[in-house]
Ligand binder design. Structure first.
Ligand code: GLU
Length: 307
């Protein structure tokens, strides 16, 4: 298959839509990003990459980081993790408080904010200090993307901290139900830090390979998690990766994927490749509008969906 020309076609077809949707403005440091940007990269199991658009431009990965923190928590806690965090789609917005209240402080899944904040809390308990938790998260990113230049963006993290009322409310609610170990402020700071990680589509698609290959990096041969854990992360990405638009994403794209409000989306074609796409303007559910469209075009043109 000529992946490069398929990507070029997709770029042509999505360009007219780049002005639709809205850049996330509830994080002031992200509000000024130019919406007319697009990038898409495929990384194959032998390391070959196909890219189109601004594939070298770094952007805020935001909630895509939830895939990586969930991986680390699952690796260290195994099934015990599900006592604190569920694995059902929420059908609610990413930062909703209502469901968390009537479900007694147990988040529906690790990919909504409450679930990811709880995962960060679990990691802090495991790694014992903020510094070592942040470092372990970054070390993991460096390993799976095979790139040690990946870093937090402190300006974005601080900007989010100043407006993080809802995320603090979610953490406090979980604490009130005794489903939280550590100091709320300390956990939220680490959570915002991992959301602020900057990567480009080349790095992100590379970082998906361990999930496309049953937990083992096909290039380095390094095992990160068991194949059963990888299967489960993919399943949760498919069912919960796009908040209250997860069903729609599965319907239109048909691949496990995870979005972030920075406009990035990662997706996995099992046994074949990792994909990352970036276009900053979002749809009403907080997922990249053009990114979703591009992935839908990709699976339609190539037939590479899991269904
Ligand atoms: N840092 C963002 C928040 O907590 C992540 C949301 C997202 O990317 O969907 O609100």
């Amino acid at each position: 298959m000529n992946y490069q020309s398929i990507l070029e076609e997709i770029k042509e077809e999505v360009y007219p839509y780049l002005r639709e949707g809205k850049v996330a403005n509830y994080i002031p440091a992200l509000a000024n990003v130019n919406p007319e940007q697009f990038a898409m990269t495929l990384t194959m199991f032998d390391g070959r990459q196909y890219s189109v658009g601004q594939a070298d431009t770094l952007f805020s990965i935001q909630s895509i980081s939830k895939v990586f923190t969930f991986t680390l928590a699952l690796k260290h806690y195994g099934l015990e993790l599900y006592e604190r965090i569920g694995r059902e789609p929420s059908g609610n917005p990413f930062n909703s408080l209502v469901q968390l209240e009537y479900e007694s402080g147990k988040p529906r899944n690790p990919f909504i904010n409450a679930g990811a904040i709880n995962v960060t809390d679990v990691l802090l308990t495991y790694f014992k200090s903020s510094t070592s938790t942040s470092k372990k998260i970054l070390d993991f990113m460096h390993a799976i993307a095979d790139d040690t230049s990946i870093a937090f963006n402190d300006i974005v993290a601080e900007s989010e901290m100043e407006h993080g009322f809802r995320n603090l409310a979610l953490a406090n609610l979980m604490k009130s139900f005794n489903n939280f170990d550590n100091d709320v402020m300390e956990v939220i700071k680490i959570y915002f830090q991992h959301c602020s990680i900057e990567m480009n589509t080349k790095m992100l698609s590379r970082s998906m390979l361990y999930l496309a290959n049953h937990g083992v990096d096909p290039i380095t041969g390094k095992t990160y998690i068991t194949s059963q854990q990888a299967k489960r992360i993919n399943a949760v990405m498919l069912t919960c990766g796009h908040y209250d638009a997860s069903g729609d994403f599965a319907f239109h794209v048909g691949l496990p994927g995870k979005s972030g409000v920075g406009g990035g989306i990662v997706a996995v074609v099992p046994k074949m490749m990792g994909i990352a796409v970036w276009a900053p303007a979002l749809n009403a559910q907080g997922n990249s509008l053009v990114g979703t469209k591009a992935l839908e075009l990709f699976t339609s043109k190539t037939g590479l969906s899991i269904f």
